[in-house]
Design a protein around this ligand. Structure first.
Ligand SMILES: [Zn+2]
Length: 419
C-alpha cells in the first residue's frame, strides 16, 4: 500500500515537472532519466527491504524450530514419567486385588468359625437340656438329687455303688461341659486370630489405596503437563505456518515489484518511442556540437558503446557505436556538415553511410531501410541522409551511429548525451 502510494506520487510529480519542462527536451530528458532511476531505485530498495525481512523471518523460524525441539524433548521426558506411573499404578492395583482376595478368603474362614461356634453353643445348650431332663426325671421319680439317690441306699455297699454312679454321672456332665467350653474357646481364639489377619489385610489394602491415589494424582499432573506441552507445540507450529505464509506473501510481493519494474522500463521505452514517432516535427537538436541524428524523441538506447557480446554473432568485441531504437522509416540526419564518403551496402552494416566532417572526424549511420544520399554529396548538419531500418546484422529497427576521430572510435552515445 505504502509503496504503491509512493509510486503514484512519483508519477504525478513526474507528469507535473514534465509539463513545466515541455519543449526543453534536454531538461526533459534529464528529468525523465531522474524519475526513471528514482522509481527503479525505490522499487529496488523495496525489494531489498523485503529480502531483509525474509532473513528476519528465517531467523524467527529457526528460533521457533529450536523451541519446538525443546518442547519435544520435554514431551519425551513426560511420556517416560507417564509410562512409569502407569506401570506403578498397574502393580498397585494388582496388589490391591490380591489383598481383596485375601480378605475375602479370611472372611469366609471367619464365617465358618462363626458357624462352628454357633454349633458348639448349640451342643452345649443341648447338653444342658439333657442334663436338666435327667435331673427332672430323677426328681419326678423321687430321686430329685444326687443326695437323695445316695440316701436311698440300702446299705454301705449300695451307697458306695450309688455314689460311684452319681459321681460318674456328675463327672461325665462336668467333663462334657468342660470339653464344650474348651472347644468354644478354641473356636473363638481361631476366629479372633482370623479377624486380626483380616484387619491387617485391610490395613495393607488401605495403604495401597492411599499410594494408588497418590499415583493417580501424579499421573493426572503429568497428563496435564503433557497436554500443555502439546498445546504449546501447536502454538509454535501455528506461528511457524504463519511465518511461512508471510514468506510466501513477501516472495509474491518481490515477484510483483520486479515485474512492475520490468513493465515500467518497457513503458518508458514505448513512451519514448511514441514521443518521437508521434511527433510530426522533423526538427533537429544540437548536442555538444553535433546535430542529433534522429528526431529528438528517439532516445532509447538498446546497446551502448563498448565491449559486449554481439546480439547476432554472439562474439565478444567492441561495439563501435551506439544503437538507438526507432521505428522503420524514421528520418536519419547528418550529425555535422561534410562530404559523404560511403553510401552503400555491407553484410554487417546493411545500408550505411559514412560522412567525413574534416578535422579527422567521420560519422557512420548503419542498418538503414533506405539511403537518401550518394557518395560524394555535400551535406549540411541536419540534412536527411536515409531512413531507419534493420538491414545487415541487426535484430530490430534501430540506428547504429558511430563517431571516429583520427581513426579511433569515440563513445557516440556519450557524445549525444544519451548516457
Ligand atoms: Zn550497433
Amino acid at each position: 500500500m505504502k509503496r504503491a502510494k509512493k509510486k503514484t506520487i512519483t508519477r504525478v510529480a513526474a507528469g507535473a515537472i514534465a509539463g513545466l519542462l515541455a519543449g526543453l527536451m534536454l531538461f526533459g530528458l534529464v528529468a525523465d532519466l531522474f524519475f526513471r532511476v528514482s522509481a527503479s531505485a525505490a522499487s529496488q530498495s523495496d525489494v531489498d527491504a523485503l529480502k531483509e525481512k525474509l532473513e528476519d523471518q528465517a531467523a524467527e523460524k529457526e528460533k521457533l524450530q529450536n523451541e519446538l525441539d525443546s518442547i519435544d524433548t520435554e514431551k519425551a521426558t513426560v511420556k517416560e514419567q507417564i509410562e512409569a506411573l502407569d506401570a506403578q499404578i498397574n502393580s498397585t492395583e494388582e496388589q490391591i486385588g490380591l489383598q481383596n482376595d485375601l480378605i475375602d478368603s479370611l472372611e469366609e474362614m471367619i464365617a465358618q468359625k462363626e458357624e462352628e461356634l454357633a454349633e458348639a453353643q448349640k451342643k452345649e445348650e443341648e447338653q444342658y437340656e439333657k442334663f436338666k431332663t435327667r435331673v427332672r426325671v430323677m426328681y419326678e421319680q423321687g430321686e430329685t438329687s444326687y443326695l437323695e439317690v445316695l440316701l436311698s441306699a440300702d446299705d454301705l455297699s449300695d451307697f458306695l455303688s450309688k455314689y460311684e454312679i452319681v459321681s460318674q454321672i456328675a463327672e461325665y456332665d462336668k467333663n462334657l461341659f468342660e470339653e464344650l467350653k474348651a472347644l468354644k474357646e478354641e473356636i473363638a481364639q481361631t476366629k479372633s486370630e482370623l479377624e486380626e489377619d483380616r484387619q491387617q489385610a485391610e490395613n495393607v489394602r488401605k495403604e495401597l489405596e492411599v499410594s494408588k491415589s497418590e499415583l493417580d494424582t501424579q499421573l493426572a499432573n503429568r497428563s496435564q503437563a503433557m497436554k500443555e506441552l502439546e498445546s504449546a507445540a501447536e502454538e509454535v507450529k501455528a506461528s511457524f505456518a504463519e511465518i511461512e505464509a508471510e514468506e510466501d506473501a513477501i516472495n509474491a510481493q518481490i515477484d510483483k515489484i520486479v515485474k512492475e519494474m520490468e513493465e515500467e522500463a518497457e513503458r518508458k521505452r514505448q513512451e519514448q518511442a511514441a514521443q518521437g514517432g508521434g511527433s510530426t516535427s522533423t526538427g533537429t537538436t544540437q548536442v555538444g556540437g553535433y546535430t542529433y541524428p534522429l528526431p529528438s524523441g528517439y532516445r532509447y538506447v538498446t546497446s551502448k558503446f563498448g565491449y559486449r557480446n554481439h546480439p547476432v554473432t554472439g562474439v565478444y568485441k567492441l561495439h563501435t557505436g551506439v544503437d538507438i531504437s526507432a521505428p522503420n522509416g524514421t528520418a536519419i540526419y547528418a550529425a555535422q556538415s561534410g562530404t559523404v564518403i560511403i553510401a552503400g551496402y555491407s553484410s554487417a552494416w546493411g545500408n550505411y553511410v559514412v560522412i567525413n566532417h574534416g578535422g579527422g572526424v567521420t560519422t557512420l549511420y548503419a542498418h538503414m531501410s533506405k539511403i537518401l544520399t550518394t557518395k560524394g554529396a555535400t551535406v549540411s548538419a541536419g540534412t536527411q541522409i536515409g531512413k531507419v531500418g534493420s538491414t545487415g546484422y541487426s535484430t530490430g529497427n534501430h540506428l547504429h551511429f558511430e563517431v571516429r576521430q583520427n581513426g579511433s572510435y569515440q563513445d557516440a552515445g556519450r557524445i549525444l548525451g544519451l548516457y
